[in-house]
Design a protein around this ligand. Structure first.
Ligand SMILES: [Ca+2]
Ligand SMILES: [Ca+2]
Length: 331
């Protein structure tokens, strides 16, 4: 699907710390998301980088879509004068090809069996024999531990007692490798994955080390396998000297799979006519022993073309008391 991501860096020249909220206005057939989302705060003379993702839907029919992003604040200059809202506009146009399916399906669950219906989806070509390929759902391994801030955080590997890591086997021929933070009190965790028994920079193969603690690493068909390590560094603890709790999930999606869920759709659909697709899962006994499951599926328009309509990461989370996994459905 057409879409683009870009960044804007804003500098605070007001002379005071300023809190901004992000407002988005847009036409219907475009999605606009920002990171950070919602709001941010910039110290006097500080800067903030905003990442903006813009995706035009095929429902735009190739017409220009428009958006306006506003940074609003109730703060005032030292003189007492209000700081005005800043804003910029953007325009996007995408060819009417592809489908309206998102790139992932995430659900919170409270029972072994469940269902999700993608309603009123569109595909730019005719569907002559709806098909799908399914991998997973495979239970993840969940680890809970506590971790203080790495006192030498600019070097992940200098003292491995300052970080948390586990050694496991990264199987070959996997559709996905997923490592993610489920819960933590830390202000900023980072995830590193590499080969061998002992973490080192030279054996690093993948990492997720962005802003904030809730890192999510999802690799499509990882090219490395064998004995591997998964490492978590506490880059910034919740407060000085604190040991932060961390709940981490990691898992693999083997090929083949797909025994514990089904996908149904209409056998045939004309181009650009709405249709529903239903995903039904039954985790069976694993529901009692696991709390996160990973899968992957594709949707196709004929028996021989099985992935032209959509390719989706599929994550299920069993919500435990006291935890909040927000179901995120990107559309
Ligand atoms: Ca260190
Ligand atoms: Ca981070």
């Amino acid at each position: 699907m057409g879409g683009c991501t870009f960044t804007r860096t804003v500098k605070n020249v007001s002379g005071v710390r300023t809190n901004y909220t992000i407002g988005i206005e847009k036409t219907d057939a475009v999605e606009i998301t920002t990171y950070p989302a919602g709001s941010f705060s910039i110290p006097a003379n500080g800067t903030q980088t905003i990442t903006i993702r813009v995706t035009a839907s095929i429902l735009s029919g190739g017409a220009w879509q428009f958006g306006r992003i506003r940074f609003e604040t109730g703060n005032t200059f030292p003189s007492g004068k209000p700081i005005s809202t800043t804003a910029f506009t953007l325009a996007v146009k995408a060819p009417p090809v592809g489908s309206t399916f998102p790139s992932e399906l995430r659900r919170n669950i409270d029972a072994p069996a469940g269902q999700y219906v993608f309603e009123d989806q569109y595909y730019s070509s005719p569907i002559t024999a709806f098909s799908n390929v399914r991998y997973g759902l495979q239970p993840a391994t969940v680890e809970s531990f506590s971790l203080p801030q790495d006192p030498t955080r600019n070097d992940v590997y200098d003292d491995l007692t300052d970080v948390w890591y586990t050694v496991t086997t990264c199987p070959s021929n996997q559709q996905r490798l997923v490592v993610e933070i489920l819960e933590t009190t830390s202000a900023d965790l980072d995830i590193y994955v590499g080969l061998g028994n002992t973490p080192s920079d030279s054996m690093l193969r993948a990492f997720a080390a962005g802003q904030g603690p809730m890192e999510y690493l999802s690799l499509f068909r990882p090219t490395f396998s064998g004995t591997c390590w998964i490492l978590v560094q506490n880059w910034e603890s919740s407060e000085t000297g604190a040991e932060d709790s961390v709940k981490l999930a990691y898992g693999f999606v083997p090929r083949p799979g797909g025994d514990n869920y089904t996908i149904t759709g209409p056998a045939s659909v004309p181009a650009m006519a709405p249709f529903d697709v239903t995903v039904d899962w039954n985790l069976g006994g694993t529901y009692n022993t696991a709390e996160v499951w990973y899968g992957w599926f594709s949707l196709g328009s004929s028996a021989s073309t099985t992935d032209d309509i959509g390719k989706l990461d599929f994550n299920l989370y069993k919500a435990s008391p006291g935890s909040v996994y927000l179901p995120i459905l990107f559309k």
